[in-house]
Design a protein around this ligand. Structure first.
Ligand code: FMN
Length: 441
């Protein structure tokens, strides 16, 4: 049993890092995913009774579109290819009823999809971030699962920002798989709950009978999953995660952040159809210090030494800051080719003048001990990436998270410890690529 767990984690690490570019073509990408009916019934959330509406308007909804750009949807948080493929599900329980809603990004509304009787009496509100494998898988196959974990982290970080400003506390469970039956959603392998946020505190008045009079949607889920039939490595891994009942719960209240909610709008990864390149610009020391501090703060939340973060600056020589928990080491290297950090892609990308490259590594020795660590670590890296990106936004710097990274080059040239595998990458700088934006508000 333990052997299997260990080997699955190891296989996941290898399959979705070093080996992934070779084997993508073997995958059968899913073509169908569930969708809401056009005539679905939307729920008007009363402003004075809940902070959900404010959260939707300030953090969750679309902020602009770029019609000429294949990556055209933009929210306050980054998401792989701008797909925003994770589903956000809201569960309201109390007064002997359970109501389930799905967030509809294009309408910025929650759609009521199920209501049923239950035994619970007191008011509880949970938000779930759910990986919709069919949706992300249309482009990325099983690798989409890893991107969904990172996406979830980006979203969580901005909820943290919101909750700090609104003085709300919430609890996060990074292993909510036991709750899936309650959600009345299609079963795995299509849908995987990644994180549960207990946001009961976001409801000013705890009104159990909220939305009791609303009609439930005629929502249709397509239950034909046309991707890999069960048995792929990710399927086996998800099975293992679903079996593991150990909750990983963290409570957030009064954590520090220098970024205000209205400043989240300033974040950009400068996605553009023209590609991505930079003006020469040396990152000022105070900005670097702020980034280092924020990484230390984020790592303080992370269990053990699961994540190590390197900041790489290529000026006259190459300077590397390596952060593990609250410990920062610096080293100088002779040569690093910033253009070798990403993996080849079809986009035009020139990283010669990048101000800072941020590389996050996962401690593969540690996460092999428990199957859920792999999932947890990737979500956490998304949180850190969003936190750094938000700071950059306030400094008029572009920050692009990239999963398309040259893992072998990073591992061989920058990381001395065998225990760490590269996991996620951000490039920061003064971008040359301004895009045509269509503001939504
Ligand atoms: C998990 C994740 C992986 C990403 N990988 C890449 C990548 O490999 N290459 C790239 O150019 N952009 C990558 N991006 C950037 C997204 O494409 C970008 O965030 C999205 O298009 C929205 O644009 P915005 O961040 O400017 O709002 C990634 C973003 C996320 C969250």
């Amino acid at each position: 049993m333990i052997e299997l767990t260990h080997s699955l984690n190891k296989k996941m690490a290898d399959r979705y890092l070093y080996d992934r570019y070779d084997k993508f073509s073997e995958e059968n990408l899913p073509s169908e995913y569930f969708s809401l009916d056009d005539d679905s019934i939307r729920v008007d959330i009363p402003q004075d009774e809940t902070k959900i509406k404010k959260l939707m308007d300030e953090v969750m909804c679309l902020i602009y579109m770029e019609p000429d750009n294949p990556y055209n949807y933009h929210t306050t948080y980054a998401s792989a290819r701008g797909f925003n493929s994770n589903e956000i599900v809201l569960e309201i329980v109390g007064n002997h009823s359970r109501k389930i809603f799905i967030y509809n990004l294009t309408q910025n509304e929650f759609d009521l999809i199920s209501r049923e009787k239950c035994n619970e009496v007191s008011f509880v509100a949970n938000m779930y971030i759910i990986c919709n494998r069919g949706k992300i898988g249309r482009k990325y196959g099983d690798f989409g699962y890893i991107l969904s974990l990172l996406d979830a982290g980006h979203f969580i970080e901005n909820i943290k920002c919101f909750s700090i400003e609104e003085k709300l506390s919430f609890t996060l469970d990074y292993n909510p798989c036991t709750s899936i039956d309650m959600l009345r959603l299609p079963k795995p392998y299509q849908i995987v709950p990644l994180v549960k946020l207990d946001i009961t505190d976001f409801f000013v008045k705890k009104q159990e009978n909220l939305w009791d009079n609303e009609n439930v949607n005629k929502v249709k889920f397509s239950d034909t999953y046309t991707g890999n039939k069960s048995g792929s490595l990710v399927d086996q891994f998800i099975d293992k995660v679903l079996e593991s009942k150990v909750p990983i719960v963290e409570k957030f209240s009064n954590i520090r952040t220098s970024v205000k909610v209205k400043e989240l709008l300033m974040r950009t990864s400068s996605q553009s159809a023209q590609g991505y390149s930079f003006f020469p610009y040396e990152c000022p020391d105070d900005v670097l210090d702020e980034i280092i501090d924020s990484v230390k703060l984020s790592l303080a939340d992370v269990t053990d030494d699961l994540i190590c973060v390197q900041l790489v600056m290529n000026t006259d020589s190459v300077r590397v800051y390596e952060i593990k928990r609250d410990h920062v080491n610096t080293k100088e290297l002779n040569d690093i080719d910033m253009n070798s950090l990403p993996h080849d892609s079809l986009d035009y990308v020139d990283l010669k003048n990048v101000s800072v490259g941020v590389i996050m590594y996962t401690n593969c020795k540690l996460y092999e001990m428990n199957e859920i660590w792999y999932q947890y670590t990737y979500i956490k890296m998304g949180e850190i990436a969003q936190r750094i990106s938000n700071i950059c936004g306030t400094k008029e710097l572009s920050a692009r998270p990239m999963k398309n990274m040259n893992d072998l080059y990073m591992k061989n040239r920058l990381m001395e410890s065998d225990s760490y595998d590269p996991g996620y990458f951000i490039v920061i700088g003064k971008s040359m690529n301004d895009s045509l934006k269509m503001l939504m508000r």
